[in-house]
Design a protein around this ligand. Structure first.
Ligand code: NAI
Ligand code: DG6
Length: 535
């Protein structure tokens, strides 16, 4: 934009409400909202204090499903960036980059300059963020193939780049993992040659030992664990088994068949105080697992990386409905030929993905009682087919039909072709970088003595996830807002509700950038530009 400025170094806020020390940024922040009863609206304000550690920890990233397309693409991509490996294609010489990462490739508006022109900064100049090149990476896979050959198997990266990275990657061997055939498609059995043996408790202990050993041997301050392994079937929520933290731990002791591999990883991660992110659609975070994360204050986030089709859906449904066009039908079809597609060709794993992809228009529909009655929503159909020939290059076709002025119909169709893993890898990085930041933040109400950690369920990361986990309805959620909790209880005494899920992409994005602004005591983006409107 003509005249727009850019801040290319760490921002320094000058304000009585912001204190920088060598180790921390303290921000005294007025959080404004409005409270509504009937038709009476009262503006509200909570004075909060955020404390952000400035020093970056030495961080390890452990990937579950390391040898898959996402795992190898991410590992190779970081290595290429770290070593600045360039490669040739028929288009010419290519340089490594981090396109697709909001932490590395996106700017946010900070304010205006002397001439009232907008000034932007990259996120890592607002508060310090990890550099992906500094991450130590390792992981688990049920396939024993080394990362060099796994990268070749994935057929995602250009040959000349693979050729240069192979010798480094072939030294990386995944740890054996938890393979329980009932949880993923039967068609995956032929790659399962690297599997832990023993009971669930023994496998849990083995995972915990891997984490401890890695942390010690690499002298890491923190470890973040990401599930990018195959999609599992949904777990049944069974009272006495996975409904509470104690029951979940007991069920693992008892070797219960109802505990999925991904939940076992989540439990290992929480017990080792490592942030855990679920990049697949299954319900890893059964209620007992969420309670465990609350008990130990270990951050968790999920579910299912939001890469292409769903991102567009969370934009288009917002665009149509919030333009007053009544969206009536959404049909999204895609086909892909990678191992993810093969696994999703089984009905139970497909069902997990279908559920995850189907919720994305719910909040924008529910927010509009003018066009939709309380029980009304658009038809929404999700189809996925496995077509081996197209490999990782997923095809997505979508049709949106909306009702418009005076009985008209508006049909939008689109076709998208893209390597799935090249979209997913930078999203994994953002999840790790933002989750790590969240572990460095503490918060309190101004008048309270003690700071607390952020709520362990990181809904802040919703932008990156198809089916965002949000804090459940429990008193912990309302720790910061006891008055509001009391109001909620008065209105609905039996069920304290959980946090609402937001799917709309731009609200999700501004939740992140406005939160960054709060950490340095700046007001949220308001888009009004009154400096150009008020004479
Ligand atoms: P992939 O099939 O290439 O890789 C998955 C890897 O997990 C395989 O190497 C497999 O051997 C391994 N694995 C399976 N069960 C395991 C277990 N219990 N422990 C350790 N390793 C295990 O799949 P891809 O393309 O890498 O995707 C990974 C996951 O991410 C899938 O669940 C997919 O649905 C999800 N996802 C992918 C997106 C994308 O754009 N690529 C976007 C959203 C989600
Ligand atoms: C088929 O849909 C395979 C899936 O793993 C998706 O490619 C992945 O979930 C990405 O989906 P989306 O909707 O974000 O493009």
């Amino acid at each position: 934009m003509a005249g727009s400025g850019f801040i290319g170094e760490e921002i320094r806020v000058e304000s009585p409400d912001v204190i920088y020390t060598d180790t921390e940024i303290l921000s005294y922040y007025n959080y404004h909202d409005s409270h509504i009863r009937g038709n009476v609206v009262t503006p509200t304000m909570e004075r909060l204090v955020f404390k952000t550690q400035r020093q970056l920890p030495k961080t390890g990233l452990l990937l579950v499903g390391w040898g898959g397309n996402n795992g190898t693409t991410l590992t190779a991509g970081i290595l290429a960036n770290k070593l600045n490996v360039t490669w040739n294609t028929k288009e010419g010489l290519n340089h490594p980059n981090y396109l697709g990462s909001i932490c590395k490739s996106v700017t946010m508006r900070v304010g205006i300059d002397d001439r009232f022109m907008p000034v932007y900064a990259p996120l890592n100049n607002v508060v310090p963020l990890l550099n992906p090149n500094d991450l130590e990476i390792w992981g688990w896979d049920i396939s024993s193939v080394n990362m060099g050959d796994a990268m070749r198997r994935a057929k995602v990266l250009d040959w000349d780049l693979q050729r240069q990275l192979y010798s480094n990657l072939k030294e990386m061997l995944p740890w054996p993992s938890v393979y329980i055939p009932e949880w993923i498609a039967a068609n995956q059995s032929d790659r399962a040659d690297n599997c832990l043996k023993g009971t669930k408790k023994e496998m849990l202990n083995a995972l915990r030992q891997n984490i401890k050993d890695y942390k010690n041997s690499r002298r890491l301050d923190k470890v973040v664990i990401v599930w990018t392994a195959n999609t599992e079937k949904f777990a049944l929520i069974k009272p006495g088994v996975n409904d509470t933290a104690d029951n979940l731990l007991r069920a693992i002791e008892n070797n219960s068949p109802d505990i999925s591999p991904s939940t076992l990883f989540a439990v290992a991660s929480i017990l080792e105080s490592c942030t855990y992110i679920n990049g697949s659609p299954q319900n890893t975070f059964v209620p007992g697992c969420i309670e465990l994360s609350e008990r130990y204050h270990v951050l968790i986030a999920g579910d299912d990386f939001k890469s292409g089709q769903t991102k567009i859906k969370s934009v288009l449904s917002d665009f149509l409905i919030n333009s007053g066009l009544k969206l009536q039908s959404v049909v999204s079809y895609n086909h892909l030929g990678n191992n993810d597609g093969k696994n999703l060709s089984a009905p139970e794993t497909f069902r997990s993905k279908e559920i995850s992809k189907s919720g994305v228009i719910d909040d924008v529909v529910r927010a509009n009682r003018l066009m939709y009655k309380s029980n009304e929503s658009p038809d929404h159909c999700v189809v996925i087919k496995y077509v081996p020939y197209v490999g990782d290059s997923k095809r997505a076709m979508d049709e949106y039909i909306s009702e418009i002025f005076m009985g008209g119909r508006n049909t939008i169709s689109m076709h998208n072709t893209c390597e799935d893993s090249l979209l997913a890898a930078p999203i994994i990085l953002d999840l790790v970088i933002l989750a790590e930041l969240c572990t460095r933040i503490q918060v309190k109400r101004d008048k309270d003595e003690e700071f607390t950690k952020m709520h362990p369920v990181m809904s802040l990361l919703s932008f990156l996830l198809k089916s965002p986990q949000v804090p459940p309805g429990s008193p912990v959620v309302h720790m910061l807002f006891p008055q509001r909790y009391a109001i909620t209880l008065l209105k609905s005494p039996q069920v304290p509700p959980g946090s609402p899920v937001v799917h709309m992409l731009f609200p999700q994005r501004y939740a992140i950038t406005n939160f960054f602004k709060a950490l340095i005591g700046l007001p949220p983006e308001n888009f009004m530009m009154l400096e150009h409107k008020v004479p």
